[in-house]
Design a protein around this ligand. Sequence first.
Ligand SMILES: [Zn+2]
Length: 146
Amino acid sequence: MSERHETGACFCGAIVAEMTGEPFWICYDHDDDCRRAIGSPLTVWVGYRPTQVCFTRGEPKRFSRTPGVTRLFCGDCGSAVGYRDEGTPDELYLAIGFLDRPEAFKPQAHAYWRMRLPWVAFDDDLPRIEEYSRERDPAYGKPKDR
Ligand SMILES: [Zn+2]
């Protein structure tokens, strides 16, 4: 069986990426930073190793407000592409909306569950993680300490 291949693109098509292999982590995210950056009550992040992701067209713009965290987005249409976190250097997260087959990426947990909006309700039995869902280099502090 050949290795899994997935693709992604922003709304205008200026940024295109190809992903090889399986993502290692797929997680709902209810935190307020991502809410504001994405413009959505919550999102789903799809985690790959940086070597699995190749930008084949365009280069995302970068913006950082939270120490260690750099958000990637399209400089033309503004679509969220993903983010990098220096506290988890071997991880690159893509926004579920950037992916061409979002239905193929089923979340495995909820992160920042305590920050969910009061009317957000799920009847799944996925783990509810109150904080960040990944082990992060403590030198960068917690994403909430900003
Ligand atoms: Zn775009």
